[in-house]
Design a binder for this molecule. Structure first.
Ligand SMILES: Nc1ncnc2c1ncn2[C@@H]1O[C@H](COP(=O)(O)OP(=O)(O)OP(=O)(O)O)[C@@H](O)[C@H]1O
Ligand SMILES: [Mg+2]
Length: 266
């Protein structure tokens, strides 16, 4: 059997200014999966991704990805993972075209000179088809709307290589149509390629029927399991406060939170 996708044991992470972002984090998620990490602002979701990638060091405990230790084997982890950070560093004053951004997903891991082959171009164009952005190939990236830029960044991740896709709030600032396109593209890619997807999101609603595992974080693990397991009144209140509710209607369970509105769960 292959190593678990993520295995954390008593993980604690602290920022240099003293803020403890994560403590007593222990959980295990098997591979391959489509996984959501949810939790309110400041709950340590981005910190967890950065720690897994070896960008931050644990203060205590450890976390492994596909059997590799985040601290000691981060170069192996970086080869496996395609990461879409919460705030991308692509400057909007750089006149990059959409094609340049998507091709970066293939070229950055290649040795110099980083020239795109015909195969690279074909894969990049195909990735754009998945997020319905293929007509924007020659368009300047900074001229796109926020939601269109998110779709291009997801395409860049789809065009890359590696067994794990890790996306930090790819749905932020996107409308319903973009959300559906992004989520469906990720789900299809996960199923077609046996690639695990780890996605941070504020709202379980657009993905709850597709994800297999959910990790609820509030600086420590509040819950972990299937969407059905975590749709529990006590757990959602621990995460979002006493106003969060689970309601049942026509055989479906909904999670009502001030943050997210209604989350339906079949
Ligand atoms: N660079 C930093 N320096 C110091 N503290 C930080 C830094 N980045 C995050 N923190 C703190 O660590 C905690 C967790 O932050 P993190 O960014 O991981 O949360 P998050 O769940 O991703 O939040 P959001 O939903 O707002 O993206 C917060 O209390 C935050 O203030
Ligand atoms: Mg974050």
């Amino acid at each position: 059997m292959s190593a678990p996708l993520i295995e954390a044991e008593n993980l604690a992470v602290r920022y240099p200014d003293g803020e403890i972002a994560l403590h007593h984090v222990s959980f295990k998620v098997e591979s391959p999966t489509f996984m959501a990490i949810i939790g309110p602002n400041g709950s340590g979701k981005s910190t967890l991704l950065k720690t897994i990638l070896g960008l931050m060091k644990p203060m205590r405990g450890h976390v492994n990805l596909m059997g590799y230790d985040s601290e000691k084997e981060h170069s192996k982890i970086r080869r496996l993972v395609r990461y879409v950070p919460q705030r991308d560093r692509i400057g909007l004053n750089v006149p990059m075209k959409v094609k340049d951004v998507v091709l970066m997903g293939r070229l950055l891991k290649k040795p110099l000179p980083r020239l795109a082959s015909e195969k690279d171009e074909m894969i990049a164009r195909n990735a754009l088809v998945h997020v319905a952005m293929e007509d924007y190939w020659e368009r300047p990236f900074p001229e796109l709307s926020g939601g269109q830029r998110q779709r291009v960044l997801v395409a860049r991740a789809l065009a890359g290589e590696g067994q794990v896709l890790m996306l930090d709030e790819p749905l932020a600032g996107t409308d319903m149509e973009s959300q559906e396109l992004i989520v469906e593209a990720l789900d299809q890619y996960h199923r077609d390629n046996d690639v695990s997807v780890i996605m941070v999101t504020h709202d379980l609603n657009p993905i709850h029927t597709l994800v297999r595992d959910v990790l609820m974080l509030k600086n420590t693990v509040v819950g972990v399991g299937t969407p059905c397991d975590v749709m529990d009144p006590a757990l959602v209140q621990k995460l979002y406060g006493p106003t969060a509710k689970i309601v049942e209607h026509s055989g479906h369970r909904y999670c009502l939170t001030r943050d997210t509105g209604a989350d339906r769960h079949d």
